[in-house]
Design a protein around this ligand. Structure first.
Ligand code: AMP
Length: 213
């Protein structure tokens, strides 16, 4: 008797400005989750050290902190990713421009964490295949009943929702940002983000009550 095992490939991009601790966070993610780390900067530095044609050509540009041409970068990174096949990976340093992001999107369809979401309708319990999977794939942990996907959590719709977010919601973030009232919290899991949100609100609320008093 054959048994089908549900296995998901997890692919992610980590972004953040220089000095934002991206390297440290990447290291932790890789150590904990066993993803393959693809760092565009490391790949380029290896090319420079090995004095490859690419390394020699691009050294001056890199030394000046300029971005390399999109087509060169896209070919380099996509070739590397192709050799990984169905492995889970974390991309670091790529994409850095819209053109690079589009090249990546064309090679790998958008696979948002939303499309990984499954729900137990009766109780409203939510599972995420990547971060919080049910003990038995497709079944609720408590009742053993089947899980369902919301109609708007399918990959096709998620792509559209992400586009809508980009077009309609991001300008709203900018609006609040320009007023100086936007606070952003970063992280991939609620447990990780919550302490920051909580202490931020504690701080805000205590200042507010002092003013009122
Ligand atoms: P990093 O270590 O990621 O900061 O990369 C070091 C340098 O490599 C950058 O300053 C760029 O010159 C070049 N580089 C790395 N990744 C990219 C990329 N995705 N697009 C263009 N240039 C890049």
């Amino acid at each position: 008797m054959s048994k089908m095992v549900l296995q998901r490939v997890f692919r992610a991009v980590i972004m953040g400005p220089p000095g934002s601790g991206k390297g440290t966070v990447s290291g932790r993610i890789i150590k904990t989750f066993g993803l393959t780390h693809i760092s565009s900067g490391d790949i380029l530095r290896n090319n420079i050290n090995a004095k490859t044609e690419l390394g020699l050509l691009m050294k001056a540009c890199i030394d000046q902190g300029q971005l390399l041409p999109d087509d060169v970068m896209a070919r380099l990174i996509l070739n590397d990713l192709r050799t990984l096949g169905n492995t889970s990976w974390l991309l670091d340093g790529f994409p850095r421009t819209i053109l690079q992001a589009e090249a990546l999107d064309n090679a790998y369809s958008v696979d948002s964490r939303l499309s990984s979401r499954w729900t137990h309708t009766a109780s409203g319990r939510v599972y995420n295949i990547d971060f919080n999977p049910p003990k038995v794939p497709g079944l609720d942990d408590v009742t053993g009943e089947p899980l369902v996907q919301r109609d708007d959590d399918t990959p096709h719709t998620v792509t559209r929702r992400l586009k809508a977010y980009e077009n309609q919601t991001e300008p709203v973030l900018e609006y609040y940002r320009s007023k100086g009232v936007l606070e952003t919290f970063s992280g991939t899991e609620t447990n990780q983000i919550w302490p920051h949100i909580e202490s931020f609100l504690h701080r805000k609320l205590s200042i507010h009550s002092k003013k009122v008093a």
